[in-house]
Design a protein around this ligand. Structure first.
Ligand SMILES: Cc1cc2nc3c(=O)[nH]c(=O)nc-3n(C[C@H](O)[C@H](O)[C@H](O)COP(=O)(O)O)c2cc1C
Length: 190
């Protein structure tokens, strides 16, 4: 069975980003996939310190919550990275995760190659496109395949739950989930 992992980079549990991601994951489930949602909130996601020992040992010497998340990412067929916009950027937790797993993947022989996925982004007013592109760089750098949706994967909302009023944003997230499953099935076809 296809497995899609969604990671929420917001420190706010049950916030807009998580709700948007749930739309994507629900659509993926409706398409026949199993899914899991992982929150970075409350986890220890230490920034990469650039020691580069992973290139020698193929492991990260920092012992925190990144290790188990990296394992889940390696096992998944599809990966969605969902972040709110903080000062025009993805959250520091999300970027720390991207830096750590991106370097580890390189050290271990490009373990995300040919996986399917992409970003989801929420903001009150501005910065969605930049943050979407910022996270897209990770997927493209890693040789992953990013399907489109019916719009860029962005939505609007400030207070918890406000994103649910952004019908187009929710629809885009759902269509993205469907497209992820469609693409993984195509790739796995004999
Ligand atoms: C520190 C901080 C910085 C923010 N920066 C931006 C920003 O640059 N642009 C914007 O439109 N909204 C900004 N916001 C609003 C959040 O993106 C918005 O509330 C979003 O819905 C939060 O997602 P969440 O509910 O998943 O945490 C910021 C919020 C915080 C707490």
């Amino acid at each position: 069975m296809i497995h899609v992992l969604g990671i929420v980079g917001s420190p706010r549990i049950d916030g807009n980003t998580e709700r948007l991601l749930k739309e994507t994951l629900r659509a993926a489930e409706e398409g026949g996939a199993s899914t899991e949602l992982v929150r970075l909130a409350g986890k220890s996601i230490t920034p990469c310190d650039g020691c580069l020992t992973c290139k020698e040992t193929k492991e990260c010497k920092i012992r925190d919550d990144v290790g188990p998340i990296f394992e889940k990412m390696m096992e998944a067929d599809g990966i969605v990275l969902a972040s709110p916009v903080y000062f025009g950027s993805a959250t520091p937790e999300m970027m720390a995760l991207v830096h750590r797993v991106g370097y580890l993947s390189g050290a271990k022989g490009r373990v995300f190659e040919d996986k399917v996925g992409g970003p989801l982004v929420v903001a009150r007013r501005a910065g969605q496109n930049f943050t979407f592109a910022q996270l897209l760089f990770f997927f493209l750098h890693q040789g992953m395949i990013v399907p489109g949706s019916t719009y860029w994967n962005i939505a609007f909302g400030r207070e918890k739950g406000e994103v649910e009023k952004d019908e187009e944003g929710l629809r885009t997230a759902r269509n993205f989930g469907k497209k992820i499953v469609w693409l993984i099935n195509k790739i796995k076809e004999p």
